[in-house]
Design a protein around this ligand. Structure first.
Ligand SMILES: NC(=O)c1ccc[n+]([C@@H]2O[C@H](COP(=O)([O-])OP(=O)(O)OC[C@H]3O[C@@H](n4cnc5c(N)ncnc54)[C@H](OP(=O)(O)O)[C@@H]3O)[C@@H](O)[C@H]2O)c1
Length: 248
């Protein structure tokens, strides 16, 4: 039986990856700070050796926008090397090398750490998940008007479809950097916000706002998009129709 450690197993993506791998017969260990079985803070690495012992594959989904992903990856890679784990799968984001956002720069650095880790590796970059877009517009819609960054488009993808892909990759051998995975449609954020308002029956004026800074300029140039890899099938509207049956 294949033993797989999924980091970030309490998160949006990691929980679905763990479910899929279990249903495909793998022995899955779920790690995160709040995990009931492998409660590890990757930023200090305590408890990691026990978590990686005897593991065939690590799927690294743990991450935080609050900083420290490179430090966390360093501890994980060291532990993987000590235990002789032959395959590390890393989930990254389309445009980490094109949009100069602090979080993206760190993820790009982690990609290079994985590539140089000396262990077998696979890196999958995807576009933003529908869940993230929903969270962003839900937050913005709490205001009397709904502000969105002007001129920015996204190509959101279903996190369940990404989980399917990661499970496939985990069960194959190391594949290096695999083709990007994008959602089925490129749409302006203002349009995505409109879809959210229609689906929820809320009424707000959508206000495009121009922002300063290099990261915003990178998003406006479309560095986060991958139209040639529009392989996801679930649209944002379809995702909303399913998701809004449950409380947001
Ligand atoms: N969201 C998107 O649109 C998107 C798009 C492309 C790629 N990705 C990538 O996909 C991955 C997963 O994203 P997600 O949206 O599923 O994230 P998420 O829902 O925020 O989950 C993050 C997970 O990481 C764990 N975690 C955070 N800090 C940790 C630490 N110091 N030690 C151990 N575990 C830690 C969290 O659990 P605890 O709080 O219990 O520790 C949680 O399980 C990330 O690498 C992200 O960059 C996301």
């Amino acid at each position: 039986m294949t033993t797989i450690l999924v980091t970030g197993a309490t998160g949006t993506l990691g929980s679905q990856v763990a479910d899929r791998l279990r249903s495909r017969g793998a022995d899955v260990r779920g790690l995160s700070r709040r995990s009931p079985s492998y409660a590890v803070d990757l930023r200090d690495g305590k408890g990691l050796d026990a978590a990686v012992e005897g593991v065939d594959v690590i799927v690294h989904c743990a991450s935080t926008v609050r900083g420290g992903d490179d430090r966390a990856a360093g501890f994980l890679i060291e532990a993987a090397r000590r235990a002789g784990v032959p395959h590390l799968v890393y989930i990254s984001i389309v445009g980490v090398d094109r949009v100069p956002l602090g979080y993206y720069k760190l993820k790009h650095r982690v990609e290079r750490m994985v590539e140089d880790s000396g262990t077998g590796w696979t890196i999958q970059r995807t576009t933003q998940f529908h869940d993230l877009v929903l969270r962003l517009v839900t937050g913005a819609a709490k205001l009397p008007v709904l502000p969105v960054p002007a001129g920015v488009s996204l190509q959101p993808v279903d996190s369940g479809e990404v989980a399917d892909r990661l499970a496939d990759l985990a069960l194959q051998g190391p594949a290096g950097r695999v083709p990007d995975m994008g959602g089925p449609e490129v749409r302006e954020l203002a349009e995505l916000a409109g879809a959210y308002l229609r689906a929820t029956g809320r009424k707000r004026r959508i206000v495009p706002v121009r922002l300063a800074g290099q990261a915003y300029a990178g998003f406006r140039r479309g560095g986060q998009l991958s139209p040639r890899h529009a392989v996801g099938t679930t649209t944002f509207d379809q995702f909303l129709a399913g998701r809004l049956q449950r409380p947001v």
